[in-house]
Ligand binder design. Structure first.
Ligand SMILES: Nc1ncnc2c1ncn2[C@@H]1O[C@H](COP(=O)(O)OP(=O)(O)OP(=O)(O)O)[C@@H](O)[C@H]1O
Ligand SMILES: [Mg+2]
Length: 310
């Protein structure tokens, strides 16, 4: 089994295009669409793979779009563990307005899944032999999945040595944290949603992240702050990295790339500081690429040398 197994319960085929200006009613003539395999965990596995790491993506898929998703994953030579469901995999749609550089992202709900589908994911992970070193659960839950699905999967599949990594939002984030994870990567908006607080200052960001560590919901909190960079909080450490100033083409996949590079680096026995810097570097490298395209390894290595933290 791969060292790093990612779980994507609500994946998508990501369709990205551009148009000069978005205006209502009129036909908007778009550029040729780019189609990529997507969803949090799939993106994480793609970036780990691209960095030379050992990843496998477990995902639910169904219908014609689900088949296309499988083909797109295979085309990247990514180890995919697809579990077929009866519903149709969603397509998400993003449009870049070239006259302003603004990006519009349309996200579909995805097919309704049954509890038995979640159980099949658990069975599949357990059938792989040795438990993974890292189990990365990333992305939204599909309709029908119980709110504590991530906690259930972690409990049912992880050995004591497995490090559970979580990147999700809303009630799914809160429920998974109740069970406790090794590393959580909320964005500032996600942390605001979790705490119900506005979290306007760095002192407040830190206090909220520290509380997650103190009460055992996470051992490591990597809080990403968009253009303001990121902070890392553990029981012993605090690191603050400012954002790199890069030419932002599209921010799609920045958070997924952050998680992927951190886990990839940690799996190679990098220090926490190095892994955190790789997270910022990969997120920044993904900003350079258009639409749903993710980071390139050469950009990650180049930008890594520019990241610093205090
Ligand atoms: N405009 C930007 N300029 C520089 N760096 C950025 C910018 N936007 C994002 N980043 C980098 O990408 C990382 C992740 O971005 P962000 O905090 O927005 O998380 P996200 O997971 O993509 O957000 P969300 O899940 O809420 O959409 C940041 O920590 C930062 O390093
Ligand atoms: Mg995110």
């Amino acid at each position: 089994m791969a060292d790093i197994v990612t779980v994507t319960l609500n994946p998508a085929v990501d369709v990205a295009t551009s148009v000069e200006q978005i205006i209502d009613t009129r036909k908007l003539r778009c550029s040729a669409a780019q189609r990529d395999p997507g969803g949090g965990g799939i993106n994480v596995a793609r970036v780990v793979h691209r960095l030379g790491g050992d990843s496998a993506a477990l995902y639910l898929h169904g219908g014609a779009t689900g088949q296309e998703l499988q083909q797109l994953i295979d085309a990247e030579h990514l180890a995919g563990l697809g579990i077929e469901i009866t519903g149709e995999t969603r397509e998400n749609f993003s449009v870049q307005e070239t006259s302003t550089g603004r990006e519009y992202r349309f996200v579909m709900p995805g097919p309704t899944v049954a509890e038995s589908d979640v159980q099949r994911c658990i069975d599949q992970i357990n059938a792989l032999g040795a438990p993974p070193r890292y189990l990365v659960m990333s992305g939204s839950l599909p309709p029908g999945a119980p709110v504590d699905t991530y906690a259930r999967i972690a409990r049912a599949t992880c050995a004591p040595g497995t490090r559970v990594v979580l990147d999700t939002s809303g009630p799914a984030l809160a429920a998974a944290l109740e069970a406790g994870v090794w590393l959580v990567k909320p964005s500032l908006n996600e942390l605001r949603g979790l705490t119900g607080q506005p979290l306007v200052s760095e002192v407040e960001w830190l206090a909220a992240a520290e509380e997650l560590v103190r009460d055992g919901r996470a051992q490591i909190v990597a809080l990403t702050l968009g253009e303001q960079g990121a902070v890392l909080v553990t029981a012993e450490r605090f690191l603050r990295a400012t954002g790199l100033s890069v030419q932002v083409s599209s921010s799609i996949g920045a958070g997924d790339s952050f998680v992927a590079a951190m886990v990839w680096a940690l799996n190679r026995n990098a220090s926490l500081d190095e892994a955190f810097h790789y997270g910022v570097a990969a997120a920044s490298a993904t900003l350079l690429t258009a639409g749903t395209a993710l980071c390139k390894q050469a950009d990650v290595e180049r930008l890594y040398r520019e990241v610093s933290s205090r």
